[in-house]
Write a protein that binds this ligand. Sequence first.
Ligand SMILES: [Fe+2]
Length: 263
Amino acid sequence: MSLIDLSQVAGFEVALDPHGLELRFGEGITSDPPEVRRRADIRQMLLDPQAEGPDHLYTIYMHIRLGRAAALEERGLGLGAVVYAAGTVGRERVRSQGHVHSCPPGTELAYSEVYEFWHGSGLMYLQDVASPEVSRVLLVPVGPGDKVPIPPGWVHVVVNTGEEPLVLGAVYALETRLLYEPLRELGGTAYYVLADGGLERNPRYRRVPEPRRVSVPRGRQACLEPDLPMVRALMEDPSCYDYVSRPQEHRALWDWLLGEWGG
Ligand SMILES: [Fe+2]
């Protein structure tokens, strides 16, 4: 079985087993036991809850420990990864179910997260709220090396638009809770991304804008350079993703990010 080496783009020793939708870590690198998400698990978020498709949709790795991860944990951060199958579920592309994050205690700005894409090609679907009146829907095409910070409070979904597994790494806040219920009550996001590249509106939403296609943001201040893996950026500057775990202290960065995406 041939593994695909992702070490260059990830910044540490890791390879993809594309058939098993699994990652193989280098010596001394560990994670929590991987979790498999199956079609039945995300049914309530689908355009067609009874849709046919692959059973094993994606594999999640949390708490990847690199041996030198102290800098991460001291900053309130964890490193995760997800491997998405290629293919379709009914008329949709294989994708994550979508969620929002909780807020740090005593604040109104939710924890963020940064996704770094390691393999394949995909689309990030971003929606400003998990409620029936939406103001902004953004679509961000992504490929290896691209990094996308999640603006606080935004719904985020990853869609595999390619013919190979899509792999991402994530720097997330250790204290965050992942909230699925607000979106589940709406039957998923405001738009569903179809296999033919089109979008279908979710009728449960009252107000929905036209989606806008935007680019991956680039910026030294947010540690988003495409050729510097997140784990290496953290070694150079352990504070560089503090905006993930302490979003309320980084309002200028969120203004910059949303400005890059057209406000
Ligand atoms: Fe998330």
